[in-house]
Design a protein around this ligand. Structure first.
Ligand code: KG4
Ligand code: ZN
Length: 350
């Protein structure tokens, strides 16, 4: 773990904040014991986005079977568990309630604490699950479907937001761009794959906020610029597959370029030497390459969670729950069910 001396703790983590149902077990003595995930992508694909009510219903169907599977997979008995951690927010309220009520119910039944976990804090800390984790302090670039944040992380619960998006999140920019290019939901990874087949530099797209001071982001102008490019070329059906790939390439380049420029500036302005990537867009190959190159020029190092822990997962929830339980065991005694669709990261305390 992170240098702390602790009695052994084993925590079950549950994640149900959006369209992934997941369960995992983290053990302070031996690390991650098991993790299972069910993705609802196919449920939502026909609708072109996540349908909250369908998400809640799917979580209800899948969560308990995943809990049983992860207990079997890890060989952990319920009486060995120290606590049950669940994602308490931010997220879709109905989806959160499934994990929260299940988590509190299991904890009550097993006579152990229930630990409400902040989903974004868990993303920020996911890299600490890796074999060579970064030490504190670090700067985190949190890029998901709902958030684009640069955060200074000085320790558990010590977060300062350095910059954030003024409009769309980076993942949202990928997803909306994908839609404009006629790609099916979920578009981000598909746009990335198409972009990798395209040629660079064929289409000129803007770099919003590039020359503005500060560390905020904006992506909605870029999306509009893409829509205009598609229109000016006669609409998506008039573009052949080569042109679509080239357009995807220029679009991905513009998003990545913006994220890398801002991240480098955050490293320069804080003087920290570690950048941690979190959230689904962190799975993007070009972003990873460019950040590694950009940061090495600044004498800084970039850290990533493995790809499956960039996107939503329960391993990060079990791990964060463990850290929280270890830091304040007395704080999690009651059986209050916490579900907070909105929950600012900066409200968290050490
Ligand atoms: O963190 P995450 O799994 O869910 C939340 O939003 O909380 O992030 C999902 C986002 C989606 O917008 C998805 O399109 C994007 O991450 N994403 C990617 C890639 N993989 C996932 N965007 C670009 N390139 C990828 N390889
Ligand atoms: Zn997430």
């Amino acid at each position: 773990m992170t240098g702390m001396k602790l009695r052994q703790m084993i925590v079950l983590g549950l994640e149900t904040s959006c369209d992934e149902t997941a369960a995992a077990i983290y053990d302070t003595a031996s690390g991650l014991r098991g993790h299972c995930l069910f993705s609802q992508v196919e449920t939502h694909a026909p609708y072109g986005g996540v349908v909250p009510e369908l998400a809640s219903r799917d979580h209800i169907r899948k969560l308990m079977p995943l809990v049983e599977a992860v207990l079997a997979q890890s060989g952990v008995r319920p009486d060995e568990l120290s606590g049950v951690a669940y994602t308490a927010g931010p997220g879709l309220v109905g989806a959160l309630l499934v994990g929260a009520t299940t988590g509190v119910g299991l904890a009550f039944g097993w006579g152990i604490p229930a630990i409400p976990v902040h989903h974004m804090e868990a993303h920020l800390l996911a890299t600490l699950l890796e074999p060579e984790p970064p030490g504190f302090p670090f700067v985190a670039l949190l890029v998901s479907g709902g958030h684009t944040l640069l955060v200074e992380v000085r320790g558990l619960g010590m977060y300062k937001i350095l910059g954030e998006t003024l409009d769309d999140a980076a993942g949202e920019a990928f997803d909306k761009g994908a839609k404009l290019l006629g790609l099916p939901y979920p578009g981000g990874p598909q746009l990335a794959r198409l972009a990798d087949q395209g040629r660079p530099g064929r289409y000129a797209l803007p770099r919003p906020m590039r020359n503005k001071p500060g560390l905020d982001f904006s992506f909605s102008g870029l999306k509009t610029a893409l829509a205009l490019q598609v229109r000016d070329n006669g609409g998506i059906s008039a573009l052949d597959s080569g042109a679509r790939a080239d357009l995807a390439n220029s679009y991905q380049e513009a998003i990545v370029d913006t994220l890398v420029a801002r991240s480098c500036r955050a490293i320069e302005s804080t003087g920290h030497k570690r950048l941690v990537i979190a959230g689904g867009v962190g799975a993007n190959r070009l972003l990873r390459e460019r950040l590694r190159d950009g940061l090495s020029r600044l004498g800084a190092t970039v850290y990533y969670p493995r790809t499956e822990f960039c996107t939503d997962n329960a391993a990060m929830i079990a791990f964060t729950g463990c850290l929280r339980l270890a830091a304040a065991p007395e704080a999690f005694g009651d059986l209050h069910v916490t579900a907070r669709p909105r929950w600012p990261l900066e409200e968290l305390r050490p």
